[in-house]
Design a protein around this ligand. Sequence first.
Ligand code: ADP
Ligand code: MG
Length: 452
Amino acid sequence: MTNETWGQVREELIKRVGKNNYVTWIEPLKLSTLKNGVARFEVPTIFFGDWVQRNYADHIRSQLASAGELVDRVEFAVGEPAKPRAVAAAKSAAKPVARPRVSEDELPGAPLDARFTFDSFVVGKPNELAHAAARRVAEGGPVTFNPLFLYGGVGLGKTHLMHAIAHELQARRPDLRVLYLSAEQFMYRFVQALRERQVMDFKELFRSVDVLMVDDVQFIAGKDSTQEEFFHTFNALVDQNKQIVISADRAPGEIKDLEERIKSRLQCGLVVDLHPTDYELRLGILQQKVDHYRSQYRGLVLADGVLEFLAHRITTNVRVLEGALTRLFAFASLVGREITLDLAQDCLADILRSSDRKLSIEEIQRKVAEHYNIRLSDMIGPKRLRNIARPRQVAMYLSKQLTPRSLPEIGRRFGGRDHTTIMHGVRKIEELMTIDSQLSDDLQLLRRLLQG
Ligand code: ADP
Ligand code: MG
């Protein structure tokens, strides 16, 4: 790439990230090299590089792509470009093995996250099988299932396990050529090879590895020529009895626009599901993180019950859970306070709010109707009989209590009733609940059912 192109890209980036961010983070970057799809920039400090990597790397990459530069990774290094943490680079310390034509350094792997090891992976019921299977592959023994297909929702540890396999194999079997990359990177590589008429080199390269790991394979669904090439690579490696590990966000059969023959090949090995985390696993992960933080934030006091509270409330995914804990520790150390429940609630208000289950008025109406054994249509309809009107008021009351909806909004969901009717209903229940113990029991039960 010419400096002119980089100049153009910088113009675009100003628009994307804003003048201030641009001056602080982008302007100081010096492009040092661009080859094999890796753009490397010089940065003033390690911190600077980390920050830019985390916040702007995607912008930079996509702007380079729009300018016609196929870049699948951007790297930032202080001063003299450092060696990337890619498997290939880390492995070059191992004894060179006679391999014709394709040298170690040409392995186009993605960098591995040093934190994603088996040691730091907390095992619980939901990920037990995935963990065991990954361990087995990491032993580097004879291939027993091929491929290992890991799937599950976002943030449940698929990438972590794959990196852990790569780290472990590096340590145990430095003779093996391990290649980890995302399906997206696989595609970029392939497209680049097509463009530069180097498809034969591409094929040779991918067929020369001992262990191939492709992350987020759902990405290639619908990308026809990439799928085709992936299929051939896959078959060639399986034929040579080389281990393949694949991850995706869903089961092979459920990936839309993935060719049937690929689906069925993917199902031939061991297909393992990472289940959503349960309370114990979340607590275990938090505890492990806290142990790790203790050395970093000396003297910080963590009150009892905070971790339990977080594990209970943040159920979305592990990434969010970890983010919450990181923020909490950083905040507490900044203001020099003990980490209490109150502090957690303040500091994490946004995360806690967004992971609250959103309860709808319709759900409330349905549950209440079920409980009192009346028809849902009567809940909304005009009937004024006591045995219908009372449950209706209960549902109004719960809607006011458990959702952020206003009285007029609630009125609309109850067959277009006026907000004063809703207010009346809510007051009525408040009044009755103090004298009618059956009603107050009902309310308690319904609340529990609705809030899970
Ligand atoms: P995925 O690839 O499934 O979207 P990741 O592997 O990127 O998820 O995991 C998201 C984050 O959660 C990472 O920081 C990872 O270390 C962490 N994580 C997920 N599961 C576990 C676990 N069982 N033990 C420890 N950390 C975990
Ligand atoms: Mg992932």
